[in-house]
Design a protein. Structure first.
Length: 271
């Protein structure tokens, strides 16, 4: 299970190291210098190896071995999708929805390293939490972050889930890939060159995976269940229409401060 995120070290970073990181374009060079020094554990050779990789453009979090998300420290490895702070809105709303139900079953779909599931586990102790992703390295990290408190499945969307869950999931939270294919080349190198395409590429308009989820989710939601899925501001109305067409009642929520947009789709309660 995950641990609370470590508190920042308020010591003074090495000035030469800060200059190297700043010259490489690291906006928070002072903070990164302290974190890399901590990760090196006092070994100057290891610190130099980490700095060389960071200056070459590798994301910070896999070099540290963890990412901070909603106050939690999550294990990340090189080559996995690093959870973004804008997704905290999705995680918070999923936890709120779960907390409103007794003993809820919650699915973190396209879970990556399990960030949303970890927040739900922390905030809703009686939740039965599941997670699934198609990318093996992400699944490995999710298992390290979540098990044994949650079950993690490897496979495409709903395919690896036990059949008995069909029609019984109270909350489905999804951070599916939603970047249009033509936009991948315009992403920051940290994402474009170091994160798996399967976690980024959403097809022509970015909503190919949303379409597949909208087609399958109604069969998996419990009566009165809810699905929450992240989208861009520009895509949200189209994504919402996909879930409306599937018979779900849809609203869109936004958090301008974090740049977050979440489509929330509810199934009808049983009569």
């Amino acid at each position: 299970m995950t641990d609370p995120a470590p508190q920042p070290d308020h010591g003074q970073p090495d000035g030469a190291l800060v200059l190297r990181l700043r010259a490489a374009g690291c906006v928070f060079a002072e903070d990164e210098a302290l974190l890399l020094a901590e990760a090196a554990g006092g070994d100057p050779d290891e610190l130099e190896r980490l700095v060389v990789r960071r200056v070459a453009g590798e994301p910070l979090e896999p070099l540290l071995g963890w990412a901070e998300f909603a106050g939690l420290r999550l294990r990340v490895e090189p080559g996995v999708f690093v959870p973004r702070h804008r997704t905290e809105l999705l995680a918070e709303r999923a936890a709120q929805e779960a907390a409103a139900r007794p003993g809820p079953t919650v699915l973190d779909l396209c879970c990556g390293v399990g960030a949303i599931a970890a927040v739900v586990l922390r905030r809703v102790p009686d939740a039965r939490v599941l997670a699934a992703d198609v990318e093996p390295a992400a699944v490995r990290c999710a298992r390290a972050n979540l098990e044994p408190a949650a079950r993690v499945f490897e496979g495409d969307l709903f395919a690896p889930l036990p059949r008995e869950l069909r029609g019984g999931i109270d909350v489905i939270a999804v951070n599916a890939p939603y970047v249009p294919t033509v936009e991948i080349s315009r992403m920051p190198p940290e994402a474009r060159d170091h994160e798996p395409a399967v976690a980024l590429d959403g097809g022509g308009d970015g909503l190919d995976v949303h379409r597949r989820i909208a087609a399958g989710a109604p069969d998996w939601l419990a009566p009165g269940g809810v699905l929450l899925i992240e989208a861009s501001d520009e895509q949200a109305s189209v994504s919402a229409a996909l879930f409306t067409a599937g018979g779900l009642a849809v609203v869109i929520e936004q958090d301008d401060e974090r740049g977050s947009t979440v489509v929330i789709a509810r199934s009808a309660a049983s009569s």
